[in-house]
Write a new protein. Structure first.
Ligand code: HSE
Length: 436
């Protein structure tokens, strides 16, 4: 059978890994796909660097957008990232009837509805396993393995850089800045690490998980996003003393009044398996009605782990190329005319429990005053403790774990607490999830 010809957009970390694994495992991949998979050409900005990687036999082109209309290719593999050239190239490729494999979570989270609708119109496939957590086959699991289930929630460590930073802060008692520096030295964090540490990268991935978990359009603009840059090692230590670990979690949940879509630092019980996922690794929990809780773990980034997902998608596209569009698995797991418009809840309407640290004057009655303020707001305290004796200023930290309450309610109570003359205005408030 005629080989499948691919145009590879980008030969950086993921593109280079894809090229290498396609070459190394060529026979094994052909046995699975039923046809040879050939790289027809590579599009790259740095032509010399690209030629040094792919060798003399594969053409290297500079203009990715122009190249995608090549009648000699069946599949465009987009691993350049970003939302400009990548978007133009993908839309043009779709218009020319090419199937798409992409690792581009930002593009799909932001412009996914437009891109998926264009793919539907032109009857081509768009596959994006590599966009969420590198090698972990979570898109496949949600779209196919768990297809019998009503998904209740998905919660995951889906940014390796921030997980590495939090692990370093906890195990080596490092402040945030030092842990970030270590991540940068190891090449985990980008030179501008904002997307990693401010939760944006995790929110891109969570947006896609939410769409395929619940059969809703992608809605990145409705995601609540809070990163780890304001976390202190003090709170990590207190959380540990209380039997918790702090992780940057992406959480999406079907609540009675809408869907939660949120990324933020989260206290989770130290005994949960996901709490011990350290370093740059990713892990995702899915709670569904028939299967119960399932967990997916692996490398969320890196050349070959991400290439593993890219190539799995190329193989799937190869197998299904001759099938009619309605015989293929829908991009968002649900039939495109069956997507639901259930709303994404604003964070103020989300219900969860909390860790609160306030700094107070160590005087008689302060604990009672705090407890009364919370009780007046209908907030039930699960535990409350004073951390350490008062210091030279006669101030001390009070740490409170609450039961579940609505965020709006909790924020209103904090606003009252910090107006008390015995309570300092700075505080730490971290959400807490049981994940049971
Ligand atoms: N920057 C991402 C992370 C890797 O640290 O997990 C690619 O998504």
């Amino acid at each position: 059978m005629k080989p499948v010809r691919i145009g590879l957009l980008g030969i950086g970390t993921v593109g280079g890994g894809t090229f290498e694994v396609l070459k190394r495992n060529r026979e094994e991949i052909t046995r699975r796909a039923g046809r040879h998979i050939e790289v027809a050409w590579v599009a790259a900005r740095d032509l010399d660097r690209a030629r040094a990687i792919v060798g003399p036999d594969i053409p290297v082109v500079a203009d990715a957008v122009a190249a995608v209309s090549d009648p000699d290719v069946d599949v465009i593999v987009e691993v350049i990232g970003g939302t400009t050239v990548a978007k133009d190239a993908i839309l043009r490729a779709i218009a020319h009837g090419k199937h798409i494999v992409t690792a581009n979570k930002a593009l799909l989270a932001i412009d996914g509805n437009e891109i998926l609708s264009a793919a539907n119109t032109h009857g081509v496939m768009i596959a994006f396993e590599a966009a969420v957590s590198g090698c972990i086959p979570i898109v496949k699991a949600l779209r196919e393995g768990l297809a019998a289930n009503r998904i209740e929630w998905i919660a995951g460590i889906i940014n390796g850089t921030s997980n590495y930073i939090l692990s370093e802060m906890r195990t080596k008692k490092l402040p945030f800045a030092a842990a970030l520096e270590a991540a940068q030295r190891l090449g985990y964090a980008e030179a501008d690490p904002t997307f990693d540490i401010e939760g944006i990268d995790a929110a891109h991935k969570l947006t896609l998980l939410s769409a395929i978990g619940f059969g809703i359009p992608v809605q990145f603009d409705r995601a609540y996003i809070e990163g780890i840059s304001k976390l202190t090692d003090r709170d990590i230590t207190y959380a540990e003393e209380l039997g918790y670990r702090i992780k940057l979690l992406g959480i999406t949940r079907r609540a009675p009044t809408g869907i939660e879509l949120r990324v933020h630092p989260t206290l989770i019980p130290a005994g949960r398996i996901i709490a011990s996922v350290d370093g740059a690794m990713n892990a995702i929990l899915v709670k569904s009605d028939a299967a119960g809780v399932t967990m997916y773990y692996g490398a969320g980034a890196g050349a070959e782990p991400t290439a593993s997902a890219v190539i799995a998608d190329i193989i799937e596209v190869t197998r299904l190329m001759q099938a009619e569009p309605e015989e293929r698995v829908p991009f968002l797991a649900f039939q495109s005319d069956a997507l639901s418009d259930v709303r994404i809840l604003p964070m103020a309407d989300v219900e969860t429990s909390y860790y609160l640290r306030v700094r107070v004057k160590d005087v008689v009655g302060v604990l009672a005053d705090i407890a009364r303020t919370l009780a007046d707001a209908g907030i039930s305290v699960a535990s409350m403790l004073q951390q350490g004796a008062g210091d030279a200023d006669n101030e001390t930290d009070i740490v409170i774990l609450t039961h579940r309450t609505r965020e709006r309610n909790f924020d209103a109570a904090i606003a009252k607490l910090v107006q008390m003359p015995t309570v300092r205005p700075e505080y730490a408030r971290i959400r807490r999830e049981d994940l049971g």
